[in-house]
Design a protein around this ligand. Sequence first.
Ligand SMILES: [Zn+2]
Length: 211
Amino acid sequence: MKTFFMRLIVLVAVSFSSPVRGVSAEMKAAPAPLVDVIKVVPDMIVSMQYATADNFTGKALYGCNRCFLTESTARKLALAQIELKEQKLGLKVWDCYRPLSVQKIFWALVPDPRYVADPAKGSRHNRGTAVDVTLVDSRGNELPMPTRFDDFSTKAARDNMDLPVQILKNRDALENAMKKAGYIPLPTEWWHFDDSDWQSFELRDGDICRD
Ligand SMILES: [Zn+2]
């Protein structure tokens, strides 16, 4: 009798645990939620270039002027802002999380991996772990930089030293603050920085303008 009950218990346990195991094997862990960076860096200027038609595609591709990043990436941006404020400077952000569907539009227009990541591999922007930023003074005016945003030329490269001294100083001030905060500068674009921990986060798609 005791053996019968033991078998019954094992049978019941297996019949309950098997479907659960099956589901958990199929389910992927939900990606970490993105945060609206203005809640983490309230004094940063947000000017998302793809929320207006004033970008290389000529179209507004985002439905709102909000910057979303993973929470840890946003906290690093707060560190860079603190560092720059000590120099009476600040950050103005041009792009943050970018849905994979928008990456496909970019790639169709500029299939050059120096400037646009192939959507088959994805951009670090698609993970919410990259930012495009420039510097502003204490009044919020942009400082002179090597090129405009999304200048897909070698002028935008970090090894371009053929620039006025003040512009080199501005580029260095941005790069130094971002590196100190935990970002890695992209060699081909002075405005692009990747969170050094980007590999911990997955590629993602979907509306950036949700609450
Ligand atoms: Zn970028």
